[in-house]
Design a protein around this ligand. Sequence first.
Ligand SMILES: Cc1cc2nc3c(=O)[nH]c(=O)nc-3n(C[C@H](O)[C@H](O)[C@H](O)COP(=O)(O)O)c2cc1C
Length: 144
Amino acid sequence: MPKMAIIYASGLGRTKTMAEAISNGAMTIPGVEVVLKDAYDASLEDVKDAQAIALGGSTYNYKLIKAMDPFLKELAKLDLKGRIGVAFGSFGWSGEGVPTLIIRMKSFGMKVIEPGTTAVQVPTKEDIEKCFLLGRNIALGLVN
Ligand SMILES: Cc1cc2nc3c(=O)[nH]c(=O)nc-3n(C[C@H](O)[C@H](O)[C@H](O)COP(=O)(O)O)c2cc1C
């Protein structure tokens, strides 16, 4: 069964809300396994057999949230060439989180869907809908 992994780091729960919406969208597609995890709890087991990987991270002090660093370091050990990648995250003003995730996924040789999905501070209803559709569309692509 094709698999989509959604791994995120979130300080105030905003990027987590986006991750949950992506997961809810993906779960509407039968025949796709969906794994949703906080980066603290995630391991390579969660992503090693995933055809699509969505990484979420917010921005703190002009950088990707630090809580994402250990998982990204782990991820570099896998051969992720050709896997589908997408980045998402909430930010306040400068928003380095999502572009940083995109650069990292590209450096792993992943096929990254750009520009990624962002929300400013608390995700709006529209942001949540965008995330839901993103998850749904990626999952659809895995079964078609
Ligand atoms: C201490 C602190 C530092 C922050 N630094 C930045 C920053 O440098 N650039 C930016 O775009 N947003 C910054 N933000 C805003 C957060 O990215 C924003 O509140 C976001 O919604 C947090 O999402 P999260 O709950 O998923 O962590 C900062 C927030 C806090 C509390």
